[in-house]
Write a new protein. Structure first.
Lengths: 242, 122, 283
């Protein structure tokens, strides 16, 4: 009962931003094809909109904790139920967005030179006969896992912030930045052995080997989704109201 | 408003006394309905349990009685019973304290009698 | 049944202990007053009852069920909190709509009627409400959601005298129509005193006393007169406080023994709940 209500609430909470997002996403290629918008050289090209969707759902994840937690608490919803509600919500939104994006990809590749992020990476394996459909299906599934992961990651980040004190917040913000901008490049460029490991891991994680395999990256996405989901639940389990 | 917050008497007692005053004055004639505990509670902003307790004091004294499904009614003969009760209390509440206060002020018995006489003539 | 059992609850925030080993039983269908000075731990206790926070030790049971992460137990309670828990952009009427989804027994017609009585514009956004109307908004939801236990933390904050009067009356008629357990935490003791059946007084995180209001009031009195006489009379009694004024003395007592043999020259007067509270909780 409460679970159903909290899912409905969380969905309605994101509905408006979803509508705005897709209004913009659909208007860009429309405006470019009709000549209202042009990019420099004149040969308009839209690419990899999945990344825009992923970032959008990351922001949804970021905004799905604090206010919803307070509202759930006002309405006697346990943290457990709120968490389950978020899982269902984010999977639903990811699913809907993956479907819309698949349609989007299909539609606009007919109108303009359009390439989805998925086909840029894995497109070469779909050059056979049954290609259009299985490419569409592969892309849909791939973006679903990608979006779910980004949404969950956003939720995890906001929970880390909610549970941390000021000092922890600084540490949490600075450490990953230092790691990405200093430690990682240092390891990658100075220590060749490490850089090789990183490259190999990336190839394995995203199925970028000789035989391109999108399912390998879907597996990686879901693995990280589960890790962030467990992390979020642990952070949320005993969260007090602030 | 029957409630006197500076009174030492508990609210339920004040309520019972107020109700008896109202019956004596004819505001609630015999065999008519009196306000329910809910009405009393809401009107005077008191806990319903307190209101019920006050009403029950009067039920115990056969001043009010309950008509099933209808509410509380003033018993016939209630007025007479209240008068009787009040007369009994008159000595305790007025005469005893009158004498106590008179002793404090060194007023003699004769002087009190005179005062009572004067009170009747004025 | 809608009994609340609080068993050995201790709550520590960092270095401060907000509640120390609190044990209480809240009986069903009574109106309780939860009184305590600022920082005594009232809000902490109410927040623990609705599992908005977690206890350091101890447990709280509603009808025998632990409240922690318990949807079923939590759906029987509604708590008016001092902090606003509703999304800022939500409109009053949509808050009513959503409450109905979480509390299926929420009486929308009654809520609209109350909103009309209090002059609350339901098309307004919650964040645009004044402090008084914010209290009214939360109180309307609390009264309309028809739960078995209501926790009201400073329900009349910012309300003018007329609205406070109306609130107390609506609360009582709601309670008469649908008996429920109500705990009111308030600083306006004088005006709430007659509404309460029982009272819980907490001081510095500990329960000082739990008693029926009527019983408590019958024990309390003020005694004044010549200092030597007052001293003589109170020497074997439970004195809360005393003050001297020249050769006169006033003592505030909380004592069950009968007030017999009152010496000449001593006067007894009432000690109301508020005065009693002040003397009990003064440091």
């Amino acid at each position: 009962m409460k679970l159903q209500s909290i899912i409905r609430y969380q969905l309605s909470d994101s509905k408006k931003s979803l509508l705005i997002f897709y209004a913009i996403m659909f208007s860009i290629p429309l405006l470019t094809t009709t000549g209202f918008l042009s990019f420099g050289s004149g040969s308009a090209e839209v690419r990899g909109t999945e990344m825009a969707s992923a970032i959008f759902i990351f922001v949804i994840g970021l905004n799905s904790f604090r206010a919803n937690f307070l509202f759930s608490q006002a309405n006697g919803v346990s943290r457990k139920t709120q968490f389950k509600g978020f899982l269902v919500t984010i999977l639903l939104i990811s699913g809907v967005m993956a479907i819309i994006d698949a349609i989007y990809t299909h539609l606009f590749s007919l109108l303009v030179p359009y390439m989805s992020f998925f086909s840029m990476i894995y497109g070469s394996i779909y050059l056979t006969d049954s290609a259009p459909l299985s490419a569409l299906f592969g892309g849909l599934l791939w973006s679903f896992f990608l979006y779910a992961l980004y949404g969950m990651f956003g939720y995890f980040v906001t929970l880390v912030y909610y549970r941390s004190g000021l000092i922890m917040k600084l540490v949490v913000s600075i450490v990953p930045a230092i790691f990405i901008f200093f430690v990682l490049p240092y390891l990658a460029f100075v220590n060749l052995a490490v850089s090789r490991v990183i490259v190999n891991l990336t190839v394995l994680a995203f199925g970028l080997g000789v035989n391109l395999n999108p399912y390998q990256s879907m597996f990686t996405f879901s693995l990280f989704f589960i890790i962030f989901a467990i992390g979020s639940y642990l952070l949320m389990r005993r969260a007090p109201i602030k | 408003m029957f409630m006197d917050n500076s009174s030492e008497k508990p609210i339920y007692v004040q309520l019972a006394e107020w109700m008896m005053d109202a019956i004596l004055s004819g505001a609630f004639p015999e065999e008519t309905q009196v306000p329910s505990t809910t009405e009393i509670s809401v009107t005077y902003r008191i806990n319903p349990a307190t209101a019920l307790k006050g009403i029950n004091v009067l039920v115990d004294d056969a001043i009010l009685y309950k008509k099933r499904g209808l509410g509380m009614f003033v018993s016939s003969g209630a007025k007479e019973r209240i008068l009787e009760k009040r007369r009994k209390e008159f000595f305790d509440s007025f005469i005893s304290s009158l004498i106590a206060e008179a002793e404090k002020l060194a007023i003699t018995k004769i002087e009190i009698m005179d005062m009572i006489e004067r009170g009747y003539t004025e | 049944m809608n009994q609340i059992e609080i068993k050995g609850i201790t709550k520590v925030f960092g270095e401060t202990t907000a509640l120390k080993n609190v044990t209480l039983t809240i009986e069903p269908n009574k109106i309780y007053g939860l009184l305590g000075r600022n920082g005594a731990g009232k809000t902490t206790l109410l927040n623990l009852m609705t599992n908005k926070i977690f206890p350091t030790s101890g447990e709280i049971l509603i009808d025998g069920q632990n409240v922690l992460e318990n949807d079923q137990a939590l759906s029987q309670i509604y708590c008016i909190a001092e902090t606003n828990l509703y999304p800022e952009n939500m409109k009053v009427k949509s808050a009513f709509d959503w409450t109905k989804k979480f509390y299926p027994d929420f009486d929308r017609g009654y809520a609209d009627m109350l909103a009309h009585k209090f002059g609350l514009d339901t098309s307004k956004k919650i964040k645009s409400l004044s402090a008084g109307y914010n209290s009214i908004f939360k109180m309307i939801i609390a009264l309309s959601c028809q739960v078995k236990i209501l926790l009201l933390d400073e329900p009349v904050l910012g309300l003018d005298a007329n609205h406070r009067d109306l609130f107390y009356k609506e609360l009582l008629s709601n309670y008469s129509a649908h008996p429920k357990t109500i705990i009111i935490s308030t600083h306006l003791i004088e005006e709430a005193a007659d509404l309460l059946e029982d009272v819980i007084i907490i001081k510095e995180g500990e329960v000082l006393l739990v008693d029926q209001v009527e019983n408590l009031l019958s024990k309390g009195y003020t005694l004044s007169g010549v200092a030597s006489l007052v001293d003589e009379y109170i020497k074997d009694k439970n004195v809360l406080a005393q003050s001297s004024f020249g050769g006169l003395k006033t003592a505030y007592l909380l004592d069950e023994s009968a007030r017999v043999n009152l010496p000449q020259g001593l006067e007894i007067s009432k000690l109301d709940l508020q005065q009693m509270f002040i003397h009990l909780t003064n440091v």
